[in-house]
Design a binder for this molecule. Structure first.
Ligand code: HEC
Length: 109
């Protein structure tokens, strides 16, 4: 009885912590990026650092960085980090996150 109760609480907590709506793909992608990519990639607010990879806000403004480009990029090895592997759903979420940065930038005055 007590176990069942705890399970119900755990499930409720999971639902609360992980929203499953499709438009939350970008939010999930941001979590993937925070977990695996911040080792190298600067945040937009960080001071420039030539030893680090550029912030995504800058990358998405490069010419030709559209959805197809990022999908292909995530399928390839990523120099200098050739060993990272994401699951397919994580790749989709990361692309959604990158594209969301792009549209934010476009909306800015
Ligand atoms: C070991 C360091 C490192 C890690 C970890 C890393 N990157 Fe990079 N990334 C780089 C470097 C270096 C570049 C090249 C910088 C440039 O293009 O100016 C780069 C470039 C990129 C680009 C731009 C490609 C282009 O052609 O414009 C994207 C997108 C990118 N990384 C995504 C990611 C994602 C997503 C992750 C996490 C899953 C990640 N990176 C993790 C080092 C890293």
């Amino acid at each position: 009885m007590k176990t069942l109760h705890l399970a119900a609480i755990a499930i409720a907590a999971l639902c609360w912590a992980y929203p499953t709506k499709a438009d939350d793909a970008a939010a999930r992608g941001e979590k993937v990026v925070d977990q695996w990519c911040r080792l190298c990639h600067l945040r937009a607010a960080d001071p420039p650092n030539p030893d680090m990879a550029p912030p995504y806000e800058e990358i998405v403004e490069r010419p030709g960085r559209d959805e197809a480009y990022f999908v292909r990029f995530l399928e390839e090895d990523h120099f200098p980090m050739t060993i990272y592997r994401l699951f397919d759903d994580e790749k989709r979420d990361v692309v959604a996150y990158l594209l969301s940065l792009k549209s934010q930038e476009r909306r800015a005055p």
